[in-house]
Design a protein around this ligand. Structure first.
Ligand code: GLN
Length: 229
């Protein structure tokens, strides 16, 4: 008996935090969303395989840096701080921050000032923005609440336990379509999402960048946008 084993390309472990629709979420036990389809399409295009694993958003960078993950795709903004520990692909999305309140609360953008309570998802760019611009400056004098996922934050918002949530605009817009919450302001951060690999992994980064460029040219990215937005 002769066994011939063909190697159909490497399998890379992709970390995400599947609680961020429409970028990543779970549906019928599958990881779906724009980011999930994007990384699978890049893998198909460039000839590698992916295995997606789910974890808390604020542990993704550490998992990548320690070698437990090869790739992170999680609606993750390219920041200088993160760039020091991991490497990012060319940007594939641009987002701002939205200020979200409970529908009918009568609150407006001034909810970010004074004695209001404001919530964010821990470890995100919203967390950093509110801390730097509102908490450290004492513009906000109420409570600053950090939640493990934005959905927990939204639940507290709807229950009246927090006055406003700051969250990436595409995710906030999608959420507000079907829930009793509304967007009362936009913070124009113009932040860019990138796919992260461990620091110095040039080979993989080049594959990912080339994949993004090809999918842009082929119209596949536009197709994913119409599918999820
Ligand atoms: N884009 C934001 C960040 O990178 C939020 C990402 C997320 O919650 N998945 O911090």
């Amino acid at each position: 008996l002769l066994l011939v084993v063909f190697a159909f390309g490497k399998t890379y472990i992709v970390g995400t935090s599947a609680d961020f629709p429409p970028f990543e979420y779970v549906e019928n036990g599958e990881f779906v969303g724009f980011d999930m389809d994007l990384i699978r399409a890049i893998a198909d295009e460039m000839g590698f395989n992916v295995k997606i694993v789910d974890m808390a958003f604020d542990s993704l960078i550490a998992a990548l840096a320690s070698g437990n993950l090869d790739i992170v795709v999680a609606g993750m903004t390219i920041t200088d701080e993160r760039e020091q520990v991991v490497d990012f692909s060319i940007p594939y999305w641009v987002a701002d921050q939205s200020v979200v309140v409970k529908k009918g609360s009568g609150l407006n953008i001034t909810v970010l000032f004074g004695k209001h309570n404001v919530g964010v998802q821990t470890g995100t760019t919203a967390d950093l923005w509110v801390e730097e611009n509102l908490v450290n400056t004492k513009i906000l004098t109420g409570k600053f609440k950090r939640y493990e996922t934005f959905v927990f934050a939204m639940t507290d918002l709807v229950n009246g336990n927090v006055d406003a949530i700051v969250l990436d605009s595409p995710v906030a817009e999608m959420y507000a379509k079907t829930r009793p919450v509304e967007i009362v302001g936009i913070i124009k951060t113009g932040e860019e999402y990138g796919i992260a690999v461990s620091e110095g992994n040039k080979e993989l980064l080049n594959l990912i960048n080339e994949g993004i460029r090809r999918l842009r040219e082929s119209g596949k990215i536009d197709e994913l946008i119409s599918k999820y937005f």
